[in-house]
Ligand binder design. Structure first.
Ligand code: SF4
Length: 711
């Protein structure tokens, strides 16, 4: 950055998976002063920003920044810190082997950081034990899309939300969690009032403000509802038989499974919704050609999350409503770079560039590309298993990057116990004190959002540049630099000789295209067209959607896949997956008669390390709370704003009550943001069970039996 100010820099928002483009005007580099506006020419937001994005300029101070490396509580230089990490890593590998080592990353990391971390762990240390907080976010969508499409591919674009005649939002408080997409849907509906919006969510949220129909379904019953829709579509001749015959497989079996759910009365009772409302939804869906169904954590964070995703996708596949303007299933990614992490293999069951451990050819291909004879040959431990393995002594070295698992993981007490027992805990973070860094033996200062340089991928497969607004603060370094220097000290120097994020991006793009015959559509993820861009071209790179293959360099502003089939399964057909509904085992019982649902508030992000720095964001909701239905408040003797004790089988906390009809009877809701550090009592992670979905291994954080009592 030059010293001439003001300087305008195009970058990407730090927060949610919408991935809004930002025009940042740096007015004082030394004082970290910057004006933030939405980029009008960024296809994700077209100039819009939400409250969090527009307050980013208030969060770039050095307050609570980690600015030097620490070993235990002693400030040290980089050389000493890197030696300590490398020596402990080597000693663990020598004594216990690669499976005793793990890395836990974050959807906040840039793609380049993720790429290097994955290459070190899977390629050179030789373990699959690299997972990320994206496991808590999108793993069920990844697994569902792979089952259906043969690849982790989002078929459509945000533009489809505006072109649709009906938008169905499932388990997604879009108004608060993906606000710019909500603004786009609302604006489209204002222009075309006949456009319908259906919200399927146990709570009455702000998203319902634009809903023509709200189905307040019981937590965990989404599969039953979409199975009913499947059988309704078939019964009313709304199946696109030409598309099904040409481009899908598994229809008959899936229909049989869907039909088991029963008639409208049975499903309405099961899902806790009015029969007439359920019928209305099915009829509207059946009669509307242009439908987009978008979902988020209410679907993913479930012990049946993958089946829920497939139950939704099925209804689009059998009607051929996929890949065409205004149609399609669309997962709304929680984090800024959960998609970028998936692209480089950031999840423990992935290898790299959408290649798989399950495929021996993929392992060999990546081994040859990386020149990594020691490459891992099987998946590693996923988030919950990873911390459990640490707790039982199997994992003896963990490196945690840019995330706060003590707060964000379910069954947080086990995470705390695991970190206490683990002989080496390394934490790379831009924040000085987090609930997790309390347990670190070595703390490494990472660059923050306003200093990082690289790329991120949003929910519509769009890769955008994130650019540094300021020089690196203190002794902080980019994550890719820290990982590469440790790799060198462990003895893998040649493979990690990166000089810039552009070097890494070129290698990542080249791997995506390596032996990937674009004409034959061997693998979905291919950005080979940008594998040889110059440093200057990388610096100037404008947002684009993948796949971006040779000959298609002039990308369309919005790309869609699968309108004419061409799926990435062995047969080239999409699989209509049988999703028989089973009652989830997270049911209320005598001791815990309520259901605890968790989620976000409008103006805070994750564990609040950034958003709490903005006074105006903290004004919206300034302390943790539990929402209770008025009937339940009366039943349990709870007054509005009084303290109560909220308990599950795992722990119990004191928290303030908000009495509101926005939660259903028998349900309570509390936000996920407050931590042990910033609120002694409002940490919901200790209450949430860590049971996982069998396909995705994503924990069911949305759905824990609970009890409540006045204090
Ligand atoms: Fe940032 Fe998401 Fe808000 Fe856009 S919608 S400004 S990406 S938080």
């Amino acid at each position: 950055i030059s010293n001439e100010h003001p300087k305008v820099i195009h970058t990407t928002c730090a927060y949610c998976g919408v991935g809004c483009g930002i025009k940042a005007t740096v007015t004082d580099k030394e004082l970290h002063l910057v004006d933030i506006e939405g980029r009008k020419d960024h296809p994700a937001n077209l100039g819009r920003l939400c409250s969090k994005g527009s307050a980013l300029g208030e969060t770039v101070s050095l307050e609570n920044r980690l600015l030097t490396p620490f070993i235990d509580e002693q400030r040290v230089g980089w050389d000493k810190a890197l030696d300590e990490v490398a020596n402990r890593l080597k000693a663990t590998l020598d004594e216990y082997g690669p499976e005793a080592v793990a890395l836990y990353g974050s959807g906040q990391l840039l793609t380049e950081d993720y790429y290097v971390a994955n290459k070190l762990m899977k390629g050179f240390i030789g373990t699959g034990n690299m997972d990320t907080n994206s496991r808590l976010c999108m793993a069920s969508t990844v697994a569902g899309q792979k089952r259906a499409f043969g690849s982790d591919t989002v078929p459509g674009s945000y533009e489809d939300l505006e072109l649709a005649d009906m938008v169905v939002l499932v388990g997604a408080n879009t108004a608060w969690c993906h606000p710019v997409l909500f603004q786009r849907i609302r604006a489209a509906k204002e222009q075309r009032p006949e456009m319908k919006v259906v919200v399927i969510d146990p709570r009455v949220t702000d998203t319902c403000d634009i809903a023509d129909l709200h189905l307040p379904l019981k937590s965990g019953t989404d599969t039953a509802l979409f199975n009913k829709l499947f059988s309704y579509l078939q019964k009313h001749n709304k199946v696109d038989t030409a598309y099904v015959d040409q481009h899908t497989q598994g229809f008959e079996e899936a229909l049989k499974a869907a039909e088991k759910v029963g008639d409208f009365s049975a499903v309405a009772e099961l899902c806790g919704v009015e029969k007439t409302a359920l019928k209305q939804f099915c009829q509207w869906f059946a009669d509307t050609d242009k439908v987009v169904t978008a979902w988020s954590q209410g679907v993913n964070q479930s012990v049946a999350g993958t089946d829920k995703v497939n139950a939704i996708v099925n209804c689009h596949l059998i009607t051929g409503r996929i890949g065409k303007p205004g149609t399609g299933p669309l997962s709304l990614t929680g984090q800024p770079n959960a998609m970028g992490g998936r692209e480089v293999g950031g999840l423990a069951n992935q290898l790299a560039a959408h290649m798989e451990f399950a495929n021996a050819e993929d392992i060999d291909r990546v081994r040859r590309f990386w020149n990594a004879p020691n490459i891992a040959r099987s998946p590693g431990k996923t988030a919950v298993d990873l911390f459990n393995a640490m707790d039982n002594g199997e994992i003896k070295f963990v490196w945690i990057m840019g995330t706060n698992p003590v707060v964000s993981m379910p069954d947080a007490n086990t995470v705390i116990s695991a970190l206490k027992k683990c002989p080496t805990v390394v934490v790379s973070d831009c924040i000085e004190k987090t609930d997790t860094s309390e347990f670190a033996h070595i703390r490494l200062p990472a660059a923050g959002w306003s200093e990082k340089d690289g790329t991120v991928t949003n929910s519509e497969r769009r890769i955008s540049r994130q650019r540094a607004l300021f020089d690196l603060s203190g002794e902080s370094k980019p994550d890719w630099w820290i990982i590469s220097r440790v790799a060198e000290k462990v003895g893998f120097g040649e493979a990690f000789d990166y000089q810039s994020s552009a070097d890494i991006f070129r290698e990542h793009a080249a791997l995506s295209a390596f032996e990937n015959n674009s004409q034959g559509r061997v693998r979905d993820f291919n950005i080979g067209a940008v594998a040889s861009i110059s440093d200057a071209e990388y610096e100037a790179l404008e947002p684009f959607q993948w796949p971006l293959i040779k000959g298609h360099k002039a990308a369309q502003p919005h790309t869609r896949l699968f309108a004419d089939g061409g799926y990435f399964t062995e047969t080239g057909r999409a699989t209509v997956v049988s999703t028989e509904f089973k009652v989830s085992y997270h049911q209320p019982n005598t001791d815990y008669p309520l259901l605890l649902n968790t989620g976000r508030v409008r103006d805070h992000w994750h564990t609040m390390t950034r958003t709490a720095l903005s006074p105006r964001l903290s004004q919206h909701m300034d302390e943790p709370f539990v929402e209770v239905h008025p009937d339940d408040a009366e039943k349990y003797g709870l007054a509005d704003q009084a303290l109560c004790r909220l308990s599950t089988a795992f722990d119990s906390i004191l928290i303030r009550v908000t009495v509101t009809p926005s939660v259903g009877k028998g349900n309570v809701f509390m936000p996920m943001h407050w931590t042990r550090q910033n609120s002694k009592t409002g940490h919901c992670g200790v209450l949430v069970k860590s049971a996982v979905d069998p396909w995705s291994k994503q924990p069911g954080c949305k759905h824990t039996p609970a009890s409540i009592e006045a204090v």
